[in-house]
Write a protein that binds this ligand. Structure first.
Ligand code: IPM
Ligand code: MN
Length: 358
């Protein structure tokens, strides 16, 4: 029997719908070539929907999403909606409630893509960040007192549970083993200052490490990681870290791999429903212009297929991305590609069809 996947699609705001359209085009191409079925159910949630209805996510949204095989998300964020409403109400809400406890961010510099890091090439910039995705400073613990007065107090606490940390660390060890490169896992923390939170992280990390004697372990403070990611990115294979540090270092990582037009991520629940997204945001100034690079969204589709176990189809997408970036795209930046958003989707699809025919 042919396999069939139900994908929930949230194109979202800004350029989200344009890039997701190209991602779907490519996913349909590989599904056809690799003999599986894929159906897409679109949901309209995002800034426009909120402005029109006052509702961020409707009742039952999580139920609908939890019945899908995976979620494919474009971008969330609207210039007319106060920062935080959509991010917390849609993106973080889904991450937390579907228990997508890992944010997986492959960082790879493809051939033909420029990096701002001098003298480094594709062999040097090739690592993966495993970011904890449901706890830390993002948990929403804290509050404020006497807001707007001179005596105002604001507290925002980082929540780190043994269970939450350990499952993330374990995922990172497993991932590192499966990736089978340097077999090196680096814990990124701040044990010299955050002596409660990263004490827990450190103990969990080294205890789990005993079960993985084949993996070389390493530790670096988050500030040092920022330095080395620029100076010696080749030192990294897999990095595991908490939610806030992971958020920050993955934007730095996106820049050294060529920018937001390239960077894709997965919000993973290994036992549930995962969500895949280009990490570039809604880019309002490019909306509707057919100028933005859809490669990040296409890569997010590749990551989705890898997670669903469709390795062959994911491999076809990856090779096509490599080829198109090397041979057809002048520059990865919006408006500088030498092609429209739609043409890049067409080029990747055509390349997949050609590979298969070879
Ligand atoms: C990301 C984003 C989100 C985050 C925002 C939009 C809430 O920056 O996925 O990295 O901080 O996690
Ligand atoms: Mn971020």
């Amino acid at each position: 029997m042919t396999k069939a996947y139900d994908i929930a699609v949230i194109p979202g705001d800004g350029t989200g719908p344009e890039v997701i359209r190209e991602g779907i085009k490519v996913l349909k191409t590989v599904a056809e070539m690799c003999d599986f079925q894929i159906t897409f159910t679109h949901y309209p949630w995002g800034g426009e929907h909120y402005l029109a209805s006052g509702e961020v996510l409707p009742e039952g949204a999580l139920d609908l999403l939890s019945r899908a095989d995976a979620i494919y998300l474009g971008a969330i964020g609207h210039p007319d909606v106060k920062a935080g409403i959509l991010e917390k109400g849609i993106l973080l809400h889904i991450r937390f409630h579907l228990d997508q406890y890992v944010n997986l961010r492959p960082v790879q510099l493809y051939e033909g893509v420029a990096t701002p890091v001098k003298d480094k090439g594709p062999a040097d910039i090739d690592f993966v960040v495993v970011r904890e995705n449901t706890e830390g400073l993002y948990a929403g613990a804290g509050g404020c007192l006497k807001r707007g007065t001179p005596d105002e107090v604001a507290v925002q606490e980082s929540i780190n549970t043994r269970k939450g940390v350990e499952r993330c660390v374990r995922f990172a060890f497993e991932y590192c083993r499966r990736r089978n490169r340097e077999k090196k896992l680096t814990l990124c923390g701040k044990t010299n200052v955050l002596t409660y939170a990263f004490d827990l992280w450190e103990r969990a990390f080294y205890e789990v490490a005993r079960e993985y004697p084949d993996i070389q372990v390493d530790y670096a403070h988050v500030d040092a990681i920022c330095m080395w990611m620029v100076k010696n990115p080749e030192w990294f294979d897999v990095i595991v870290t908490d939610n806030m540090f992971g958020d920050i270092i993955t934007d730095l990582a996106a820049m050294i791999q060529g920018g937001m037009g390239i960077a894709a991520g997965g919000n993973i629940n290994p036992d549930g429903v995962s969500m895949f997204e280009p990490i570039g945001g809604s880019a309002p100034k490019y909306t509707g212009k057919n100028m933005i690079n859809p490669i990040a969204a296409i890569s997010a589709g590749q990551l989705m297929l890898e997670t669903l176990g469709e390795q062959k189809a994911a491999g076809l997408i990856e090779r096509a991305i490599q080829k198109v970036l090397k041979d057809d795209i002048a520059d990865v930046g919006a408006g500088r590609m030498g092609h429209t958003t739609e043409e890049v989707g067409d080029l990747v699809s055509a390349s997949i069809r050609r590979t298969k025919a070879d």
